[in-house]
Design a protein around this ligand. Structure first.
Ligand SMILES: [Zn+2]
Ligand SMILES: [Zn+2]
Ligand SMILES: [Zn+2]
Length: 421
């Protein structure tokens, strides 16, 4: 039996409380003992620590992204210098320094969980001129590259090819031709979030085929990415998103690409060659909960798109640890792609300022050189109003711009949602 630190206990209780808001103290204590059997925590101590946790804010105001911790995530694989902290419900999780970090230091390097690269790089991948895994552009003719044995996809080397086994088989023009109409559609609409969702879905399906441990690890990462539903996004940041008709068409192609619904019941002789080939790749059905979290229209697909848009790094990758970084208008870390010749998609997270132990690491999601109103508008795409010190200072005298007449329901809904009516 070990006694957890206050911080550790606070994090655990915040999570349990968020997942089971109705539980009273004795039941919560029992749950804590089941979830953390190695901990010795008295009910009295639990009460004391509970009292330090801010009550969840009433859910008024605009929707905000929700996120959960990635179960079993081993942060030390990237760095011992940061840890995940669960803040309140509105803010979700973030990263804090565990030790002093000096301005200019590299904090960690990270390869993407999946990548949906900028489209000009995607085109080069398709043409065999960039690595189909890490997106590195090939400087010279591709004589010595590793290749997919089935399609023209090329890789830097055997290692990149091997790593691509986590997604490529389901997105390979030869192994799963049904994925092509979807990818072509995403390309024609230049819809990065859709491509990212396709990559993520392929990864989860292939992890499921690889075994339960692989599936559990990858699914925990996907579920851990913060999410704001597409309907919520449509309401609050409708500017750049494709419309509902487009979502529907994309969903049809999405289901077709992954052969949903699956025809497991069909006798093998009734399956087409491609269905048989894909069935051999997929091996076994997904657990029902993951199946619907991926392939239901609202709760799966649209939610998934929202999740992608919220977490994509500028280059188009989804990064497990990087996705934990919150926004601040005076950021203390920055993200770069420094290894352009060997691993373009690898990010380097660097300190922009000295960071003290316990201090949160913050990147900026928007151009920090712009003024308050512009930043506030840009951050609507992420579904929150920034509360950082700089915004508190600069936003003190800010008033929402006067509405032009005739904007109708959407505008008043928006105002109501923002609490400015
Ligand atoms: Zn590569
Ligand atoms: Zn291939
Ligand atoms: Zn701010």
């Amino acid at each position: 039996m070990a006694s957890p630190g206050d911080d550790e206990l606070q994090t655990a209780l915040t999570q349990l409380k968020a997942a089971n808001p109705a539980l009273g103290i004795p039941k919560l204590h029992a749950l804590l003992r089941t979830e953390y059997p190695d901990w010795a925590v008295s009910e009295k101590r639990m009460r004391k620590v509970l009292a330090t946790i801010a009550p969840p804010e009433a859910d008024t105001g605009p929707p905000h992204p929700s996120s959960q911790l990635v179960e079993g995530l081993d942060i030390a694989q990237w760095t011992p210098r940061v840890d995940v902290r669960l803040f309140d419900k509105r803010k979700g999780k973030g990263l804090v320094a565990t030790q002093k970090i000096k301005a200019g230091e590299t904090i960690w390097l990270e390869d993407p969980f999946v990548i949906a690269p900028q489209w000009e790089i995607y085109d080069k991948q398709r043409a065999g001129a960039a690595c189909s895994l890490c997106t590195t552009l090939f400087a010279h003719s591709p004589e010595a590259r590793a290749r997919c044995p089935h399609c023209p996809a090329a890789f830097c080397n055997a290692l990149c090819r091997k790593r691509a086994d986590k997604t490529h088989p389901l997105l390979c023009a030869a192994q799963n031709p049904s994925s092509m109409p979807l990818l072509r559609w995403a390309r024609s609409k230049e819809w990065l979030a859709l491509h990212a969702l396709v990559q993520c879905t392929a990864r989860v399906l292939l992890a499921n085929a690889a075994g339960e441990a692989a599936r559990a690890a990858d699914w925990a990462v996907v579920r851990g990415f913060a999410v704001l539903g597409m309907e919520e996004r449509a309401k609050y940041s409708f500017r750049a998103e494709p419309d509902r008709e487009t979502w529907k068409s994309a969903f049809e192609l999405f289901c077709a690409a992954f052969h949903r619904p699956r025809r497991e019941e069909a006798p093998a002789k009734n399956l087409t060659d491609e269905e048989r080939r894909v069935a051999a790749i997929l091996r076994k059905p997904l657990p029902a909960e993951i199946e619907s979290a991926l392939f239901d229209y609202d709760a799966g697909f649209l939610r998934g798109l929202g999740r992608m848009s919220l977490n994509l790094e500028a280059h188009g990758g989804l990064y497990t640890l990087h996705a934990h970084l919150n926004h601040g208008c005076a950021p203390n870390v920055s993200v770069r792609h420094l290894d352009q010749r060997h691993a373009l998609s690898r990010i380097t997270v660097k300190a922009l300022a000295d960071i003290k132990p316990g201090q949160e690491l913050l990147i900026t999601y928007v151009n920090p050189a712009t003024g308050y109103a512009e930043r506030r508008a840009a951050l609507e795409a992420w579904g929150f109003v920034c509360q950082c010190a700089r915004c508190a200072e600069e936003g003190r005298d800010w008033a929402p711009p006067a509405e032009p007449e005739g904007l109708g329901d959407l505008a008043s809904e928006l105002k109501a949602g923002l609490g400015v009516m």
